[in-house]
Design a protein around this ligand. Structure first.
Ligand code: C2E
Ligand code: MG
Ligand code: MG
Ligand code: MG
Length: 283
């Protein structure tokens, strides 16, 4: 009888260990550990005014190197961070670092921070800016995506308007990929859009440009500031320029970089693309 008993004990222990591992390695647990160890780092991707051939700002993209593991991509943890509300302290930690890096960046440039719907539904963003003593509203803007829908538009509008009145800017990220893009712009009074890579990809595909043309002419008619993201080739830069979109972000100019690399990076002047006219450069 000893054999079955020890087998049973072994099985019990294995199950316990399995449950413990599952709990310890669940994403919210890992994110909490990462916060304690300060494992999150901001990477910066330049946003270029292709007509003027100058950098106007930088999108801040979070990077996470987990202890004992490899890099974990945002697509693997942002959703869990939002669901667990850990995105609030995570964004704070990220912005603390961005604040330290800000004096190192060229004086007239701005940084663009990705935020989640919960940031603006509550007073999180206001509290955060106050706690960080964020110095200049004109040197920061926020990218709101419609990936997670806003539940309480009334509250969001209240908070957004208050921040906008104090000079903070908001952009609608990944424009055209969600369901509520136009509603967001109208109801939240957002004046800037980021045209998603999906549409930029269509640029060079014969016959698939209709949607992009529609978006851009909507943008012009409503005097939106437009940034094209995920731009990978000089040909795309040229075509976007012809359509009147000059603010470009993508591998064609630079990949997201840590601050030390960014400080050594220079805008290549080899992208010889003709531009009809320039655009606003305010973030
Ligand atoms: P996003 O805000 O739309 O950011 C653009 C994504 O496209 C980034 O991916 C960037 O690395 C990538 N990208 C930029 N240029 C090119 C290009 O030319 N070609 C290609 N193929 N990709 C390009 P990343 O860094 O993996 O971030 C993915 C998403 O995760 C972001 O999409 C954003 O929604 C979210 N995210 C990133 N950082 C943060 C953050 O700090 N807070 C929050 N809430 N979300 C974040
Ligand atoms: Mg973004
Ligand atoms: Mg985007
Ligand atoms: Mg995108």
């Amino acid at each position: 009888w000893i054999l079955p008993l020890s087998l049973l004990c072994g099985l019990g222990l294995a199950t316990l260990y399995w449950h413990w591992r599952k709990l310890a390695y669940a994403m919210p647990q890992r994110l909490k550990k990462a916060l304690q160890r300060r494992e999150f780092t901001p990477y910066y991707q330049p946003i270029v005014d292709a007509a003027k051939q100058q950098v106007v700002g930088y999108e801040v993209l979070i990077r996470w190197r987990e202890k004992g593991r490899k890099w974990v991509s945002p697509s693997e943890f942002i959703d869990a961070a939002e669901d667990s509300q850990l995105i609030i302290p995570i964004t704070e930690q990220l912005m603390e670092q961005v604040l330290q890096d800000l004096p190192l960046l060229p004086p007239k440039t701005w940084v663009s921070i990705n935020i989640s719907a919960i940031h603006v539904e509550g007073v999180f963003l206001e509290t955060l800016l106050a706690r960080l003593h964020w110095p200049q509203p004109e040197r920061i803007c926020f990218e709101l995506t419609e990936r997670k829908p806003i539940q309480d538009f009334k509250q969001a509008l209240l908070h957004l308007s208050a921040l906008m009145a104090r000079g903070y800017d908001f952009k609608l990220d990944d424009f055209g990929t969600g369901y509520g893009g136009f509603a967001y712009l109208q109801r939240l009074n957002i004046q800037q859009i980021k045209i998603d890579k999906m549409f930029v990809d269509h640029l060079t595909e014969e016959g698939s440009q209709t949607l992009l043309h529609g978006i851009i002419s909507f943008g012009h008619q409503t005097t939106m500031q437009m940034i094209a993201e995920g731009v990978e080739s000089p040909e795309q830069v040229r075509l976007l320029g012809e359509l009147g979109v000059h603010l470009i972000q993508g591998y064609v100019f630079a990949r997201p970089m840590p601050i030390n690399e960014l400080l050594k990076w220079q805008l290549p002047n080899s992208t010889n693309v003709a531009h009809p006219r320039s655009s606003v450069t305010r973030g």
